[in-house]
Design a protein around this ligand. Sequence first.
Ligand SMILES: *[C@@H]1O[C@H](CO)[C@@H](O)[C@H](O)[C@H]1NC(C)=O
Ligand SMILES: *[C@@H]1O[C@H](CO)[C@@H](O)[C@H](O)[C@H]1NC(C)=O
Length: 578
Amino acid sequence: MFSALTWAITATLLLSEASNVLSKSPQNLRLLGPQGINLWKLDTEAQQQSVISKDPGLLVQESGRFEYGDSLKNKQSNMASKKYDFRARWFEQPLDHFASKSSDTFHQRYWVNTRHYKPRKGAPVIVLDGGETSGEDRLPFLDTGIVEILARATGGVGVVLEHRYYGESIPVSNFSTDALRFLNNAQAAADSANFMKHVKFDGIAEDLTAPGTPWIYYGGSYAGARAAHMKILYPDIVWGSIASSAVTHAALSNWQYMEVIRTAADPKCSKHLVNSITTIDSILSNGPDFIKNRLKGLFGLSGLKYDEDFVSVLESPLSYWQAKCWDPEFGSTKFDDFCHALSSPFGIFSAETLDDLPYEHPDRMITIEGDLAFDVALINYGKWVKKNIVSMCPKNSNVEQCFGTFDDEKYQSTSLDQDWRLWTFQVCTEWGYFTTAPPDQKQPRIISKLLTLDYESKICKQAFPKGDYFTVPNLPNITAVNALGDFGIAADRLAIIDGEIDPWRPDTPHSDDAEDREDTILRPFKLIPNGVHHYDEYGWKNLLEEPHDIRKIHADMIHFVTSWLRDWRVEHGLEVDE
Ligand SMILES: *[C@@H]1O[C@H](CO)[C@@H](O)[C@H](O)[C@H]1NC(C)=O
Ligand SMILES: *[C@@H]1O[C@H](CO)[C@@H](O)[C@H](O)[C@H]1NC(C)=O
């Protein structure tokens, strides 16, 4: 049998000295797809160029030019490269929980916050599931975010647990199809259960293992779905779960994602996008080649061979929507910058005047070479993409090399630095979420109709050739995820928290397709007004200074967790505080 042992690494691994200084994983469930991987690569190259020193504290120099990375990744590295007092700890896990004789193991990384721990029977452990990124990216939540908030309120211990294969919890020597076969929901859930049952925290004398201690399991986004799944799969180990922006509904075509943005964005911006896409789609399907090329040229992409690749670059700015946060320090304001840019004035007209004129009104038309004229919004869209995305392409490469997705060779490297392969593998095997245009072509849309399931999912075949032990299916088998409850997933002491304008809401129990529920202490069901992606996960040291809706959700969370812990004490025959 596997014996639980924690393995404290000999050298103090202060965060800023960690080898993985360039945090390359996405902060949130990101829309990777074939184009996303190109952007990942360009961004990674840019970051490598801008590492100017090995001196801790000067690890990553932001390069103003690569603004795509600036908000989605460097920002994270900045947050992560801030020094925290938490030391990385290591827990030994079997590589395969379900094999009878395999003895391979790996070390799973975690961090502990004991600031508020008051030793007594029933003191909880609040564990945050790191999800599909380096656990380092989650340390802000251990320091001032939801883990700190709940640990402080309950006198408990806080933990961030890194997910297998991510960050430094890597059990294999490469990310080939075969090597990735132990990256799946069942194995990762078993890791968490094993950890809760056996971990021994350094410097804490008491046995805090489950079920003798109430464990509260928190996750946001993919990790939110995992938090919900843990409550269903391991009800005896997990006392309570908080599933925030939990994507418990796995889907192949996730076209509703862009619908949330279309309907929630500033109406003028949304209109500019819809109109621009209508023009673009109509030129791409009916226009003569020279007009198509001029159109692509507006975006700096006339050298791009496939129309699908062209329109998928145009999708990039939209991924900034989910990076919004209630404190811009935690997120990105780039989506608003982009929207603002679409309304840039020209000629003698102010932005306001132009915005009031209908699309393609003569005063809005800009003539380019060849006597072609386009609406100013489309021209501005092109400028923005050229400046912010296409500029990432190095001078010695052409746009086909940078933004083409049809060359399989691009996706063959399986070395450990190719960490885009991890979430992509999970998408291709169990989760789906390919961002496509709405199936009804008459419906207004902000991405091109050329973005089909075939196009978005072709990366699965390109990146993961058949292995000796494992074959990636043609399309992911999402049945196993949905069998755990889908929109209807529910249990006592499972809290569901979502954001009203989160583009992932259509995949959560707050989807418009889900049954409405009552919000109770035992089964909290809360929607954060104007919230985007797991807004409750972020917090300030002083809760009272947080914006109203955030302060409120945090107060609610403290309230129901405290109540669940009181139930635990009652069930265990202990005196109930106050
Ligand atoms: C990947 O690692 C496995 C062992 O985990 C090894 O057998 C295989 O040859 C490696 N593949 C590549 C492409 O390096
Ligand atoms: C998909 O997964 C489910 C549940 O794990 C399984 O029963 C089913 O056979 C799988 N389907 C395919 C086509 O592999």
